[in-house]
Design a protein around this ligand. Structure first.
Ligand SMILES: [Zn+2]
Length: 585
């Protein structure tokens, strides 16, 4: 018996074995325990105390076989739970959560159990959408739903049902309507999940995202499902799948929380004009301030959304730990020592500019300095910085917005997007002796500089106020668990202009820890252009790119690609990553 069990593939057992969570001996004990008591392997591992329920959640999530949900009372539709009934719920350790069209979502401790699924389908008369939840949580909610144990076979007597609405209204956070009787007549088949269920579910996603350090949550409306994916350290992983009917209420709920006017959208939806919307939700988690920036877009099977998580510890990094090369860091420190003038942070979107800006601000926002920041999104709020929301002053000309900030008499002015309209105001502020820290969209430091000239700023003025430019990119970091030396191909070395000195390069082969990608986390590539006397002389002359580059090089400037090569030779990233990040710039 035990032997035949051993011969079968046992994914859960293998998962824990591979990770050293259990020993071979423990696995065999658990297999024996399993057959003695007629349990699942996972159950017996938990019962024997070899792994915790949380480990099981991780295992199932890792295997991505079933969605794992953060089960709370708010998710349970008591009428649907009652339809399954107390006795089967207890016996199968299952709780029916909600029913949408011909699918009932059921939380089970073993969502892959074919016998249980068959019985559920028969009793409920619908197709089953199985999801995993911790058994103790399921049983706790079974107790709560049916009254603690020895219930009077509450089979068909529904406990008070949570109030249902066909779709959540934009007033999600407010009281739900009272006219339950009117709602009761709405057939279950096209009913959507309860407001509270949606809010609970979204809250669960956000909490897990914060805990895992995810930067983004993707809600994607597919044909029959709402697929939820998390981006953690640059890699995208599926988190869970919800019934397709959750898509609309979930997005509506997010929009309501972000104060995006839902009705406006309905009108547009009717005319089938795709409208992308943006908004943000402030969020406090474990006493840290976060902001979740939301962008929605109508897609083929409904609206999809991306939630970008800003703030908290994630973005707080010291300047010393950003990953600048030592001589770049030294040059940047020299620039920071001068309290006036313009310092630019340059890079394309998604290059980690916000992280760098915050690290710089954390250094510059000292008690003796008034810092005012004009920003579209408030990510992590730094103490000592007065944030002004750009959209609050929408309607004003960009330059007028900067002038309004200057009215606050800042020592340091921070602008998160240098555009043509504000460039001159920033230079004027710097000429007046204020410090200006600004983020600019540019591929590299020299392009940031020439772009300012294209904005109509006189090079001699720039020579006077510009202190320096930090430019950057993000590349993927090689997974430490599967890193192996590799012989790079000649063409690649040529394209990167890498020295032929027989240096060793690395790549990740792909392992469980990195989900087979060979990468884990990200890494910044940086270049720091310091406006030294040599560079200033060229600027004053109105010199071209080549002369500027030469002058900068004479003073130690190394470009993004050179830093990338250094990081590749240090075994931190691959040559392909460096090429991809620095191609065309
Ligand atoms: Zn790996």
């Amino acid at each position: 018996m035990t032997q035949s069990a051993v011969r079968q593939p046992i994914p859960v057992g293998k998962y824990f074995l591979d990770r050293g969570k259990i020993s071979q001996q423990q696995l065999e004990l658990a297999l024996q325990h399993r057959s003695e008591f007629g349990l699942k392997l996972g159950q017996s591992l938990v019962e024997l105390g070899f792994v915790t329920e949380a480990d099981m959640v991780e295992a199932l999530r890792h295997q991505a076989r079933f969605p794992c949900i953060h089960l709370t009372g708010g998710i349970v539709d008591a009428r649907v739970a009652a339809k399954l009934g107390e006795v089967p719920s207890r016996r199968l350790r299952a709780l029916a959560l909600n029913q949408i069209a011909e699918h009932t979502t059921v939380a089970l401790e073993d969502p892959g159990d074919p016998v249980a699924l068959e019985e559920l389908a028969r009793v409920l008369g619908t197709r089953i959408f199985p999801v995993y939840a911790e058994p103790s949580v399921i049983l706790g909610l079974v107790d709560q739903t049916f009254g603690v144990a020895k219930g009077k076979a509450a089979g068909h007597k529904a406990p008070p049902a949570p109030t249902r609405t066909p779709t959540p209204s934009p007033r999600t956070t407010q009281a739900v309507p009272r006219d339950e009787h009117a709602r009761e007549s709405i057939p279950d088949t096209d009913a959507a999940p309860d407001d509270r269920a949606v809010v609970e579910c979204l809250r669960g996603f956000l909490q897990q995202a914060f805990e895992q350090g995810a930067s983004d949550i993707h809600l994607e409306a597919r044909r029959d499902e709402l697929v939820v994916r998390f981006r953690v350290h640059g890699g995208l992983h599926e988190h869970s799948r919800l019934p397709g009917s959750w898509a609309r209420p979930a997005i509506a709920c997010l929009k309501a929380l972000a104060h995006i006017d839902g009705r406006y959208d309905e009108e547009h939806a009717q005319r089938e004009a795709p409208v992308a919307r943006e908004g943000s939700i402030p969020f406090v988690f474990r006493r840290q301030n976060f902001e979740v920036h939301i962008a929605t877009l109508p897609t083929l099977h409904g609206e999809s959304a991306v939630l970008h998580v800003l703030g908290g510890g994630r973005l707080q990094r010291d300047l010393e730990h950003l990953g600048l090369a030592p001589d770049d860091l030294a040059r940047l420190e020299t620039i920071l020592a001068s309290r006036d003038g313009l310092l630019l942070v340059a890079g394309p979107a998604g290059s980690g500019r916000t992280t760098t800006l915050n690290a710089l601000l954390a250094r510059l926002a000292t008690a003796d300095r008034k810092v005012v920041a004009l920003t579209g999104r408030v990510g992590s709020e730094l103490a000592g910085v007065l944030y002004v929301r750009a959209e609050l002053r929408a309607g004003l000309e960009p330059a007028a917005r900067v002038d309004a900030l200057l009215g606050q008499d800042p020592d340091l002015l921070v602008v998160t997007d240098v555009e043509r309209g504000v460039a001159r105001s920033l230079v004027d502020a710097a000429l007046a002796g204020r410090g200006v820290l600004a983020v600019q969209h540019a591929r590299n430091a020299l392009e940031a500089l020439t772009r300012l000239v294209h904005f109509g700023l006189e090079p001699y003025l720039l020579a006077d106020v510009l202190r320096g430019v930090v430019a950057q990119r993000l590349v993927r970091r090689i997974c430490a668990d599967c890193k192996t030396p590799t012989v790079p191909d000649e063409a690649l070395l040529t394209r990167l202009d890498a020295p032929r000195d027989g240096a060793t390069y690395f790549e990740g082969e792909g392992c469980d820890a990195c989900h087979g990608t060979g990468f884990s986390g990200r890494l910044g590539l940086f270049e720091v252009l310091s406006v030294t006397s040599g560079v200033r002389r060229e600027l004053e002359k109105g010199a071209g790119l080549e002369a500027l580059t030469n002058a900068a090089r004479a003073d130690g400037y190394a470009n993004l690609r050179e830093h990338g090569l250094r990081q590749a030779r240090a075994g931190l990233t691959t040559l392909h990553e460096v090429l991809a990040a620095t191609a065309g710039g």
